[in-house]
Design a protein around this ligand. Sequence first.
Ligand code: DP6
Length: 385
Amino acid sequence: MKIATCKAPVNIAVIKYWGKRDENLILPINDSISATLSLDHMCAKTTIVSSPDLTETRFWLNGELQSTGNKRFQKCLEEIKKRAKPDVECLNWHLNIVSENNFPTAAGLASSAAGYACLVYTLAQIYEVDGNISSVGRMGSGSACRSFFGGWVRWLKGEKNDGSDSLAIQVAPENHWPEMRVLVLVVSDHKKAYSSTSGMKTSVETSELLKYRAENIVPRRVEEMVQAIQNKDFPTFAKLTMQDSNQFHSSCLDTYPPCFYLNDTSRVIIELIHAYNEFREETKVAYTFDAGPNACLYLLEKDVAEVIEMINYVFPSEPIAMSSYFKGKAVPYTTIDEKLMYMLINFRQPEGKLKYIIYTEVGSGPLVLKEAEDHLVAENGEPKI
Ligand code: DP6
């Protein structure tokens, strides 16, 4: 019997991937850039057991048995096996795959990215595959390819029809910009109305804005973003991040029929961040939204305490959720000065508009976990209850 357990991170794009030029191979219409978030607070974890005694391949996600007939799952398995050395003994054995996320699945929180990256990374341990396997993860979920590296990552769209050059590369390592922090504002725990996959397909078919964006805007913006990250130029980084998020959601509105991912709370967050940056006469915080209403804020460590106080004031938690309102890193404390408080009064929301807030930072790529207690399966190879 062979066993491997790994953790893989979430990534949040600052230049968005939206639209495929090849649905089957999952090849994008533009490059994208993301930060990988710390494994300490948000990650997927997978254990894979391979044994000649297993009679079928089974896959559990968050405790529920899944179908292994899923095309994307099959494709990842097939592709990683193609890269294994032919003498790897377990190539024809069945697998028990047990996977867990420690954050809401399919709530627009990049769970499929972490999940597929973790699946493929763990399969690579079982089949002893080395090298850049991000293009295999890409076939599970496009954005997953960026979760194979820590720090700042660029997914090259590639030019070839077979997709062999559509892979992720690291722009800067995780310790490059140590002051960078991330606040994830979880607006909704619920499953989203339209998946990214179907939303972006309709966008490619119907949005002229998306076509223009991919051809004329993103190529330049990606280069500017790489420069901003390399130079640790926060104001430029933040402006590009917000503009790109807004343009992605404009393309969603330009899709016919349109897909809406932002809700009223998301819009309050957008207005609040602009008002705050203006009040401080400096771009201190950037927001970005994926295919869901949750916000991801990028900011520097020195500004975290005030921004957290501000969010806490504008979005008071329900009393019952108070003790678990903040997750992740220890939250620093400060008081808000009177002038800022005065500006914030108009933004104040009723209790409970945010479910919780995760305070985290940029982190490493996937990790192999070696301790027996880390495995998600018991000694008999079945999932632990
Ligand atoms: C809005 O990677 O979930 O998060 O490739 O169809 O699985 P598929 O889509 P997915 O799309 C994510 C889109 C996004 C932007 C991004 O992460 O770049």
